[in-house]
Design a protein around this ligand. Structure first.
Ligand code: ZN
Length: 617
């Protein structure tokens, strides 16, 4: 019953409190006066507000209880209405609401005032806030200012109020917009001293304090109707629906709230959506729930610690895009059994981690949940999931595209199989010109394949590492360029194995493809190379750069002959080739070709097999 009265007070006062303007009183258009009855002192002399507009009753630093107050109020604001208050007295509890000028409390009974609530009435309440601050035994001023009917002081803690300071503040603008206001009762603290409105956090995070009860109401409803809600309470389960300022949950029983459901009623439900989310032990903030969905958990024995609630006109922005409210990626971990339940029953939507993997749970229309899979755009960023798990540092082939993800699972490179692509390849390096080609590739976002000679790589370890880090592919061109059709099986294998060892020593992995020197190969050579697992990569566009040594001829050869799927043969031991690349690479890029590695070309075109011979894709 107590809470119903508080709510009606706040409703009257139109919750649009701005605590930022506390010192902005230009002039006082009211007079507050009063008398206090103080322990060991009796009635004090009458006092009035000073230039700051503040009225101070009682004492501080003397450990003396306030026993009675009488506040007078002269309203010169031009708005009709007045001021009233009530007090919570030791052993007696709350008084009725009393108009200004009335004694509230006792004298001669040694009873302390424990709590004080003050509110404005009439039109005045729409244009002014009444602010007040109690100096409390053991707490001092820690509670800070409260406003418009909220509790200053405590109840149930046997703490005396020693001093009360009161003032009025003009609202920056009278706001009659519809909002939801709410109030939580939490462990070790009781009811929070102030009501929260429109998405503000009520409760605590990071303090491991459970919510025990909530009340909600609609402030300044533009249409008829209201709000109803119910809570899932520890050991009790879902309680009956409550509405418009009634308490849901328990107080004094030490039981946690575990989940809430909120709905609008009447015309409110036709015109508005109510969004809410909860901060859950172990989870952090859960995703936003809307219009009666369950927020929290009902079978995991986890406490709610804070809530946010807001109403939005139907068709307006959902909370995710409202300024000041951002989605979060909670860190949490669960047993496999709990995790499956959380997903399948739709107890949660959003990011979640379990068993060392990160998932994104999508809430389905029927209230169940499912894991994001494949490539999913979340808040404007593409993420890749494999078997529901966020895939960091991965290459995923899906829907005729190749996706590369960084250490956070974000996609940073996409090769689109529906668009033209070319594999530029360079043989006989690395050399002093290789880094020039890498510069041009990097400037154009292109990749290439370098068929390196094993005998050269130890001379250019930085170049090789850079090429690999850029996403270029390193292939084998044998150790020292023999004609393989004239080599024994042992010699061929030794050429490839020694090159792989040299490459692995630098970049950490061996090659997976090879190009026979001079393109010399036959069935016997291919079958021997098949033992290494590598395919043989030839070419479909031959620049003849080693022969003509003319940059313009190289450019013409490429641009006149290239097509989707081409493999282009060049040599990075030639300066003329590095020069030609300064034209070839930007031009192909501008023509819409994706410059890809041989492996990428193959991945989107049927793949390769060991010992297979490939000239284009
Ligand atoms: Zn060669």
């Amino acid at each position: 019953m107590v809470f119903k009265k508080i709510v009606s007070a706040v409703l009257t006062a139109a919750m649009a409190i701005s605590f930022t303007g506390l010192s902005a009183l230009a002039e006082t258009t009211y007079t507050l006066g009063g008398v206090a009855h103080v322990q060991d002192q009796g009635d004090t002399e009458a006092v009035w507000n000073g230039e700051t507009g503040e009225l101070t009753l009682g004492s501080r630093g003397l450990s003396r209880r306030l026993e009675k107050i009488n506040i007078t109020f002269e309203n010169n604001t031009g708005y009709g209405g007045g001021l009233e208050y009530r007090v919570h007295i030791q052993d007696y509890g709350w008084t009725e609401w009393l108009p200004a000028g009335t004694d509230a409390g006792t004298a001669g009974q040694s009873k302390r005032l424990e709590g004080i609530e003050i509110r404005l009435t009439g039109d005045l309440a729409a244009y002014y806030n009444v602010l007040y601050r109690a100096h409390i035994q053991d707490y001092g001023d820690a509670q800070g200012w409260v406003a418009n009917g909220a509790l200053a002081g405590t109840t149930g803690e046997s703490k005396r109020v020693e001093e009360i300071v009161v003032k009025l503040e003009a609202k920056s603008a009278p706001s009659f917009s519809t909002s939801v206001i709410y109030h939580v009762h939490r462990q070790d603290y009781g009811w929070e001293s102030d009501w929260k409105a429109n998405g503000a956090v009520s409760g605590t995070t990071g303090q491991a304090k459970r919510l025990e009860a909530i009340t909600l109401s609609i402030s300044d409803p533009a249409v008829s109707g209201g709000i109803k809600y119910r809570t899932h309470v520890q050991d009790i389960g879902w309680q009956d629906w409550k509405c418009d300022g009634d308490l849901s949950g328990t107080t004094g029983m030490g039981k946690r709230l575990e989940a809430i459901q909120i709905e609008l009623t009447g015309e409110m439900a036709s015109n508005y959506d109510v969004y809410y989310r909860v901060h859950v032990e172990g989870f952090g903030w859960l995703g936003w729930a809307v219009n009666g969905e369950s927020a929290g958990t009902s079978g995991l024995s986890l406490r709610l610690e804070a809530i946010q609630v807001m109403v939005a006109a139907k068709g307006s922005a959902a909370p995710e895009s409202v300024a000041g409210i951002s989605s979060v990626r909670p860190e949490c971990s669960f047993s496999d059994a709990d995790f499956d339940r959380i997903v399948s029953e739709g107890l949660y939507s959003g990011w979640i981690t379990a068993g060392g993997s990160t998932y994104y749970i999508i809430k389905n229309a029927d209230g169940t949940g499912s894991l994001a899979n494949g490539v999913v755009n979340i808040d404007g960023t593409d993420f890749v999931f494999e078997n529901g798990k966020l895939a960091p540092n991965q290459r995923i082939v899906s829907n005729n595209k190749i996706y590369y993800t960084d250490g956070s699972g974000n996609v940073y490179r996409i090769v689109d199989g529906d668009k033209p692509m070319v594999a530029l390849t360079f043989d006989d390096g690395p050399t002093q010109y290789t880094s020039q080609i890498l510069d041009i590739l990097e400037a154009n976002g292109g990749k290439a394949t370098f068929f390196v000679m094993g005998c050269l790589v130890s001379g250019y370890p930085g170049t090789l590492q850079r090429a690999y880090n850029m996403g270029c592919q390193i292939g084998s061109h044998t150790w020292d360029h023999p004609t393989l059709t004239k080599c024994s099986a042992d010699k061929i294998l030794q050429e490839l194995n020694s090159t792989d060892a040299a490459v692995q020593a630098i970049i950490g992995c061996p090659t997976s493809i090879m190009r026979p020197p001079g393109g010399a190969q036959n069935g016997t050579v291919a079958s021997i190379i098949a033992q290494t697992g590598k395919p043989l990569i030839l070419w479909s566009v031959d620049t003849r750069d080693w022969e003509n040594k003319n940059s313009q001829m190289i450019i013409n050869n490429v641009l006149n002959n290239v097509k989707d799927g081409s493999i282009v043969l060049m040599h990075d031991r030639l300066e003329c080739t590095a020069v030609a690349c300064q034209t070839i690479i930007p031009t192909l890029t501008a023509q819409g070709y994706q410059l890809v590695t041989v492996e990428e070309l193959a991945l989107l075109n049927g793949g390769m097999v060991p010992g297979g011979v490939y000239r284009s894709f």
